[in-house]
Design a binder for this molecule. Structure first.
Ligand code: MG
Length: 341
């Protein structure tokens, strides 16, 4: 079986630049793939590259598409090197026959709060709209300022409401400990990636950061979630081997071999949160399909991101406290493709 491969590169400004501990992020780059088999069946994928997160660049993904050429034998997909995880994932998604998820129940969505004090005013309207899980970016301003806002924020949560804190790896040990002492008695579902060392910082620092995370997870009652620590195919396996009992934040768009990763997580009965990589609706459809196929305990989806782009044609379903499988199925990949022509 051979496929006809076409791609369109995109560079899309966000409606508003995002502030995280990684800095200010104003636009998103990536590729939309269109794959057509010999019978004329068309599949779609998105290589939503995030180089600062540890994936390949959009340039590298495009170069690999050019090397693959327009007509690609199916074996060529398996031969792509593992550092092209986003592209591999996109090709596999585009090739796979669309299979219905096991269960079609609506899934709760976590609302994304802006960093800093601006978050306070957002909680109540979102709670009124029905949201119960809120994600707040921390590690952006000084820890003192942010810690000072935590109680105000918790006080605004609706009954049963919970907060996810995402530090994007910004804290050192002392800051993380200070936070985890405070979150112990508060409605905090988890603290996401309190500390992190990139692979480029060397094995010793990386090992140190891992030990720190394992130590924090053992010493404090608030669960800790891994996000930045899970980029390559081997990372989930690595943390499962280390016996990680915290949460795994999975961004399916960045996961080179999603099916195998899901199997390993399910076998370990891991706690999994599915999260957006701020991809377009094409990648989001694939990522959400993975979330619906997950057989473990469902947790609020990290997909409270839309409207996201300055050009709304690239957005997924409108922000709502629950997402239905029908809303996901309704995403029209061809419309996104045409918007790029
Ligand atoms: Mg995160």
């Amino acid at each position: 079986m051979a496929y006809r491969l076409q791609y369109r590169r995109y560079r899309l400004p966000f409606r508003a630049p995002l502030r995280t501990a990684h800095g200010v992020w104003a636009e998103r780059e990536g590729l939309i793939l269109r794959l057509e088999d010999e019978t004329g069946r068309v599949g779609w994928g998105e290589a939503a590259t995030l180089p600062w997160f540890g994936t390949e660049t959009a340039d590298a993904a495009e170069a690999a598409c050019l090397t693959l050429g327009e007509f690609v034998p199916t074996e060529a997909f398996e031969l792509l090197p593992s550092h092209l995880g986003c592209l591999r994932q996109a090709l596999v998604a585009a090739r796979a026959a669309e299979s219905a998820p096991v269960e079609c129940k609506p899934m709760p969505v976590a609302a994304l709060l802006p960093a800093g004090r601006t978050a306070l005013a957002r909680v109540e309207p979102l709670a009124e709209a029905g949201f119960r899980t809120f994600k707040w970016k921390v590690g952006v301003e000084s820890a003192g300022d942010e810690l000072g806002l935590l109680d105000d924020l918790c006080a605004r949560l609706p009954g049963g409401g919970r907060l996810r804190l995402d530090a994007n790896g910004a804290w050192d040990r002392r800051t993380a400990e200070k936070w985890l002492e405070r979150t112990a008695e508060r409605p905090v579902e988890f603290v996401e990636q309190p500390c992190f060392a990139k692979a480029s910082q060397g094995t010793a620092l990386r090992r140190q950061a891992e030990d720190l995370l394992l130590g924090l997870a053992a010493d404090y009652p608030t669960p800790i979630a891994l996000d930045e620590a899970l980029v390559g195919d081997g990372d989930v396996e690595h943390w499962l081997r280390l016996g990680w009992r915290g949460v795994f934040v999975i961004k399916p768009s960045l996961c080179g071999d999603m099916a195998a990763t899901m199997q390993k997580l399910a076998a370990a009965k891991a706690a999994v949160v599915f999260s957006s990589a701020l991809e377009t609706a094409v990648g989001a459809k694939q990522a959400l399909a993975t979330a619906w196929r997950w057989t473990g305990e469902p947790r609020a989806l990290g997909f409270g991101v839309w409207p996201l782009f300055a050009d709304g044609r690239f957005d997924g379903p409108a922000l709502a406290p629950f997402l239905r499988w029908q809303d996901v199925q309704r995403i029209n990949e061809e419309a996104v493709w045409n918007a790029l022509s």
